[in-house]
Design a protein around this ligand. Structure first.
Ligand code: HEM
Ligand code: HEM
Length: 445
């Protein structure tokens, strides 16, 4: 094969060893990003799975491939689609660069999400890392916004209509929703003004914000003394090892493996491109980008204001605030906190999978709150009321479990978080795979 992966890893390790011997500019640069020594415990792979580093690498790949695409891409309704065709067929390695940008843009969301899960399940959200959790939530939002603004740029039927339905959702935000929708679109409809706004956000403001926040993120990791390690190994008798070669070697191995996977994806799977955007002809169904498919699914079950505003607001409020709630004691870096915590996590995942799937099916075929409560305004009958029932049911179940299993507060955090994550995944996968024309529930095929 033209690319020998084992050979590449071997050469990389030799390079890392050489780096250790003779200090150079690169040596100093690497030390700028790392402390000279790190705790030996932080090198254990299953502690972080290298996910933060992978997210960083993918962001760097996005910046490099994005800058290359920028040389040819034209952000106008007439030029955008043609420039993508040009990139694909006329530019040397154009198709590959576009594919890399597309797949890496998708992978980064997945990896950042897994990194968030890793941070949560190892309780790396307590002081001194608490503020970094908050920064992390903003990083996650920015990463999604970067993907979202990039989504429109190819200006084909898929991107045009996905952005149309997603920005339509904004109008359901109380008081300033209509204004926000118009501001984001730069007018009433998705058109050339939207394209230029999205292009500037995508290739200007958002990457700059993300870079600034990342600098703060890494500084905070370093200030906290590196990644979290279990208390018994971390107190008193800490063992330190040199970052070069010990940490660097591992980073290079993870980075090369990730790049190999990405390259294979980019070589064998082309980024989609449908027909040129046609504002007069809407496909059926029109789906939001995959990561917003869960919110679009919620819209089919709840009053729009509850689906796009109240529920996301409540979930966000919880994500921002739970590290500030009283803790039941800490076992830093212990996955799932305790044995009981692990069992509650699995139970929450299974329960949420079943109950959310059942609710989706019931919502499609059985439940019709508006018809059952015709005298009430729809916001109450099909919004706040079913939401309250849901919250009450879940709270009593959580309370019951807490008592029955004598679970503490931290173990219940695991239950709530896992329940929410799984519920969103079920809604998202339903939206992506199980919704057909008219958004009716159907078996994929
Ligand atoms: C986390 C960072 C980023 C993500 C997640 C991201 C994501 C995306 C996505 C999903 C697309 C649509 C790709 C397609 O299907 O064709 C896109 C297009 C594009 N992006 Fe990015 N991007 C990021 C950073 C950047 C940066 C930093 C630049 C430039 C400085 C850039 C420039 C472009 C350009 C010019 C296009 C249009 C070309 C095309 O659609 O293939 N991107 N981006
Ligand atoms: C573009 C997005 C992100 C990048 C590039 C990034 C990068 C990193 C890196 C390199 C580390 C140290 C090594 C590791 O844990 O793998 C780290 C740690 C950390 N990250 Fe992120 N991160 C991102 C998003 C997030 C998100 C979404 C959260 C949570 C909401 C988060 C919270 C944290 C916390 C709390 C730590 C310290 C963990 C510890 O000490 O064990 N980060 N991040």
């Amino acid at each position: 094969m033209f690319f020998n992966f084992t050979q590449a890893i071997h050469s990389a390790i030799t390079w890392v060893k050489e780096m250790n011997k003779k200090p150079s500019f690169l040596h100093s640069l690497i030390l700028l990003l790392h402390p000279e020594k790190v705790r030996a415990g932080s090198l254990v792979f299953r502690r972080t799975f290298g996910l933060g580093g992978m997210a960083l690498l993918l962001f760097v790949i996005q910046v490099i491939t994005g800058i290359l695409l920028r040389f040819v891409y034209e952000p106008t309704p007439n030029g955008a689609y043609d420039s993508i065709l040009f990139i694909r067929s006329e530019v040397i390695f154009g198709e590959l660069v576009r594919n890399l940008h597309h797949w890496s843009g998708m992978l980064i969301i997945l990896i950042v999400f897994l990194h968030l899960l890793r941070v949560f399940y190892t309780q790396a959200y307590y002081p001194p890392r608490r503020f970094n959790w908050i920064i992390g939530i903003f990083l996650f939002i920015l990463t999604i916004l970067l993907n979202f603004t990039g989504y429109l740029l190819p200006w084909d039927q898929l991107s045009y209509w996905a952005i149309t339905v997603s920005t339509n959702m904004l109008e359901y935000i109380p008081l300033f929703g209509e204004w926000l929708k118009t501001a984001v679109r730069g007018g009433a409809e998705v058109d050339g003004s939207t394209l230029i706004i999205f292009y500037n956000l995508h290739t200007g403001l958002l990457p700059i914000l993300l870079t600034m926040l990342l600098v703060l993120h890494f500084w905070k990791v370093r200030k906290a003394g590196g990644v979290i390690v279990p208390a018994e190994k971390g107190q008193g008798k800490q063992v330190f090892v040199k970052s070069i070669p010990h940490l660097l070697k591992r980073e290079v191995a993870v980075g090369l493996s990730l790049m190999a996977i990405l390259l294979l994806l980019a070589i064998f799977a082309n980024a989609p491109l449908l027909e040129r955007a046609d504002p007069a002809f809407s496909p059926n169904p029109v789906k939001a980008p995959w990561y917003f498919a869960g919110i679009q699914e919620l819209l089919l079950h709840f009053h729009p204001t509850v689906a796009v505003f109240v529920i996301p607001l409540l979930v966000m409020a919880w994500l921002f605030s739970f590290p500030y709630l009283k803790t039941a004691g800490r076992y830093p870096a212990v996955w799932f906190y305790t044995e009981k915590g692990f069992r509650l996590t699995i139970a929450a995942a299974l329960f949420s999978l079943l109950i959310t799937s059942a609710a989706v099916i019931a919502g499609e075929f059985l439940v019709n709150w508006q018809a059952w409560l015709p005298a009430w305004p729809e916001f109450i009958s099909n919004g706040i009321f079913p939401l309250l029932i849901w919250v009450l049911l879940l709270s009593s179940l959580t309370w019951g479990l807490k008592r029955k299993y004598r679970a503490n507060r931290n173990e219940m955090f695991l239950w709530i978080f896992t329940y929410l994550v799984m519920a969103y995944l079920v809604l998202m996968f339903t939206g992506i795979f199980f919704r057909g024309p008219g958004m009716a529930l159907e078996w994929p095929g």
